[in-house]
Ligand binder design. Structure first.
Ligand SMILES: Cc1cc2nc3c(=O)[nH]c(=O)nc-3n(C[C@H](O)[C@H](O)[C@H](O)COP(=O)(O)O)c2cc1C
Length: 172
């Protein structure tokens, strides 16, 4: 039965990519997976910006060291939240997390590589630069940036099952 979970167990962050475009068809599959994520009250308060322009990818990679992977990635997907689009405004980050993880799992299933690159939720310079470069409207908040492409490296599955993190006896 665990073999059905192989996509989850095999997913690793991939940071090196082939110099090859990702097809529209594959991108749409990633986005269909993203939008299959659960969201509070099924409000789907997310948007996705598809970035394939080399100049913009390079500018994004300069925002900070964590975004370096974009230098050789043919594709980035910015997952954004629209907090006001949700009835329960407090859940949009959880909704966007679920969508982000679905993209990573779909990338693994499709033979692509991808890495989640965090954006400081407190805002600040990174988020301001992203807003400016990607022309985000005021009511939209950048949440996560995923670098993706055909992989140029492999990474072995990591078993992180750790009973120290589990509290089996009903209470902590
Ligand atoms: C919220 C978040 C932010 C992350 N930010 C970055 C980042 O800025 N740059 C990067 O290379 N990896 C980033 N990662 C990827 C982690 O480094 C990676 O998931 C972790 O080391 C575990 O490795 P694995 O994904 O291969 O299992 C981020 C992951 C998460 C969930």
């Amino acid at each position: 039965m665990e073999k059905d979970l192989n996509i989850i167990f095999n997913r690793r962050s991939i940071r090196k990519f082939q110099n090859r475009e990702v097809s529209d068809e594959l991108i749409n599959s990633l986005l269909r997976a993203a939008m299959s994520a659960p969201s509070a009250c099924n409000q789907q308060p997310w948007h996705f910006v598809i970035i394939r322009d080399r100049t913009i990818l390079n500018q994004l990679s300069d925002i900070h060291g964590g975004f370096n992977n974009l230098k050789n990635a043919p594709l980035a997907i910015l997952v954004c939240g629209e907090p006001k689009a949700a009835t329960l405004e407090c859940y949009w980050e959880q909704d966007c997390s679920a969508a982000t993880q679905n993209i990573l799992l779909a990338a693994t299933a499709l033979g692509l590589g991808a890495v989640w690159q965090g954006i400081n939720p407190e805002g600040g310079n990174d988020s301001d630069t992203l807003r400016r470069l990607l022309k985000l409207p005021e009511h939209i908040t950048p949440f996560s940036l995923i670098a993706a492409g055909h992989p140029a490296e492999t990474s072995e599955p990591a078993d992180r099952f750790n009973t120290d993190k589990i509290h089996y006896s009903n209470v902590w």
